[in-house]
Design a protein around this ligand. Structure first.
Ligand SMILES: [Zn+2]
Length: 546
């Protein structure tokens, strides 16, 4: 009996201690705040190309030196543009499921062009901004990680989105956000819409009243380093092929004072757009007490000026180098601020990009590398003329991101065979020496192209919001107007993005294992112990966790 009691009591003690251990492990220490940083158009190689110029206490060196870098992260769909990128990062899924098939698309059911975050049922808040304020996330068909955080905490977590671009703020903040703010270039204010609130909070009104854009214009844009530094990293005479966003003042030093109180949109194409956004982010952290609640809060920040500068000047310009070196400092300041207010290792940061970007074709040509320009508008006109000559009337609804939307109504009324029309257009396009392949989108899985491109076409295809034929252009060909550069295609220069993790529970290190943009959200869900978003198809990146 004694022996039996001994065994019983041992079992009970063992059981109790096992229980204590289990209970301890059920809830990991969750970060008080997650800060999601998207750098619009950031190529992965900028982390390393300019590394010597980044400061030890700046953003990139700290994230790389203390955090975890997924060095082979790719965008897994077409087209590689801003709206699709932000949606994929935050939903963990692809356009075929979340429905954001471009910044704009032709809606085959509504029979009209649609902007990704347009919503005519709401109005601007914070300025007399007209259409710039008629925005909401209603076109996104999936939940975001920010929605899931709100759901998991019975909507106690605070979620705020901030960006210079509407889509860079609205989509990450999700459907159930407390707020999303974006910059209105006409008023110089951060605005929102009645989807979120009737009136800007007091703190944002005060922030807008400071007219920080004007004080930043006061600094002008002068070079940070002496010219030798730029010559070491950049092209010498790139001015011939770049856009001129500041008019006649087409090279350094840029006089920005001339735009004071006149044109608040010019700040977008300077590093100061990033400075302004970071100031708004810090104010939001302070005034909304982010990271001070019993549950995890989420701040989604998207830096857009990198994209404006990239488009105008390209990856080998002095302006681009300036923008990244200054952004490094801006992100470093933001981390300092988070250390001070939320506490070191009390918050988690991830940094990625919505897409990368190509070299300017003329720059490539100068060095014997293939590259050229393309205009979807010209192709639309050309195809309209061609099909009109063939069938008596045009069968083209739209051409957007190399995606051809056919007018099925007209094709039906003419009693034409859809497959024959597609074949005729394909054969015609293949005579264009910039075209590599034309893929029949609904039948993309049958196409004789490498699996990677096939997957990207399938992942980007929605029957109601995509076209019928996807043009795959040759390497280096871009739809970028007559100057500057662009992005949108499958190639690594547009699809290879940085992915850095930093802060609470994040290990130091890196991996070259291939990971995808779709993996970000499942990894966040795992870190936060919450459900992954409704359309999520990615995998958890296990390596980052301590
Ligand atoms: Zn862009």
């Amino acid at each position: 009996m004694k022996q039996f009691l001994f065994i019983l009591s041992t079992l009970i003690v063992f059981n109790l201690s096992a229980q204590t251990v289990n209970t301890k492990n059920i809830q990991p220490n969750k970060p008080k705040l997650v800060v999601g940083i998207v750098v619009d158009q950031m190529r992965w190689d900028y982390l390393y190309r300019f590394n010597d110029l980044y400061k030890p206490n700046g953003g990139f060196k700290r994230l790389l030196g203390e955090g975890f870098s997924c060095d082979n992260t790719f965008v897994p769909y077409l087209p590689t543009v801003t709206a699709c990128g932000h949606t994929c990062v935050y939903t963990g899924t692809v356009p075929a499921i979340h429905g954001i098939t471009g910044n704009n698309w032709w809606d085959n059911n509504l029979n009209k062009a649609v902007y990704c975050v347009e919503d005519k049922t709401v109005t601007a808040v914070g300025a007399n901004a007209g259409e710039a304020g008629q925005m909401s996330p209603k076109n996104v068909w999936a939940t975001t990680i920010t929605d899931e955080l709100r759901l998991a905490t019975n909507f106690k977590s605070k979620v705020i989105g901030l960006s210079m671009k509407d889509r860079g703020s609205i989509i990450p903040a999700g459907h159930s956000a407390n707020a999303a703010y974006w910059y209105d270039g006409k008023s110089g204010n951060f605005i929102t819409s009645t989807y979120y609130m009737k009136e800007l909070p007091e703190w944002m009104q005060q922030f807008n009243n400071k007219k920080l854009a004007d004080s930043l214009y006061d600094k002008d844009w002068n070079l940070l380093f002496n010219k030798d530094v730029y010559l070491q990293y950049c092209d010498t005479n790139y001015e011939a092929y770049t856009s001129k966003p500041f008019g006649n003042n087409a090279a350094f030093p840029y006089n920005l004072k001339q735009f004071k109180d006149k044109d608040f949109s010019k700040i977008l194409t300077t590093p100061y757009g990033n400075t302004l956004l970071a100031e708004a982010a810090k104010t939001a952290i302070a005034k909304e007490a982010l990271g001070k609640h019993t549950v995890t809060d989420f701040l989604a920040v998207s830096f857009s000026s990198t994209d404006y500068v990239g488009h105008s000047f390209g990856p080998n310009s002095w302006e681009l180098l300036e923008t990244y070196v200054r952004l490094d400092e801006t992100i470093g300041n933001l981390l300092d601020y988070l250390d001070k207010t939320v506490g070191k290792n009390q918050y988690t940061v991830f940094l990625t990009a919505d897409h990368a970007g190509a070299h300017v074709p003329e720059f490539l040509n100068k060095h014997g590398i293939e590259g050229g320009r393309w205009d979807d508008g010209d192709i639309k006109k050309d195809l309209s003329d061609f099909t009109k000559a063939q069938y008596g009337t045009s069968v083209i609804n739209a051409v957007n991101e190399h995606d051809i939307y056919l007018n099925h109504k007209v094709i039906d009324s003419l009693k034409l065979n859809l497959q024959t029309v597609k074949q005729t257009i394909t054969e015609y396009l293949l005579k264009n020496n910039k075209v590599l392949q034309v893929v029949d989108k609904p039948n993309a899985s049958q196409a004789a192209i490498p699996q990677k491109i096939k997957d990207m076409v399938v992942n980007g295809y929605s029957p109601t919001r995509s076209g019928d034929l996807q043009i795959i252009v040759k390497t280096g060909i871009m739809d970028a107007g007559k100057t500057g550069m662009s992005h949108g295609v499958w190639n690594a220069y547009d699809s290879h993005i940085p992915l850095l993790w930093y802060g609470a529970d994040i290990k130091h290190g890196n991996t070259h294992r291939e990971t995808f943009m779709t993996d970000i959200t499942p990894t966040l869900a795992a870190l936060l112990n919450i459900q992954m978003p409704s359309g999520s198809i990615g995998k958890v990146i296990n390596e980052i966790v301590q």
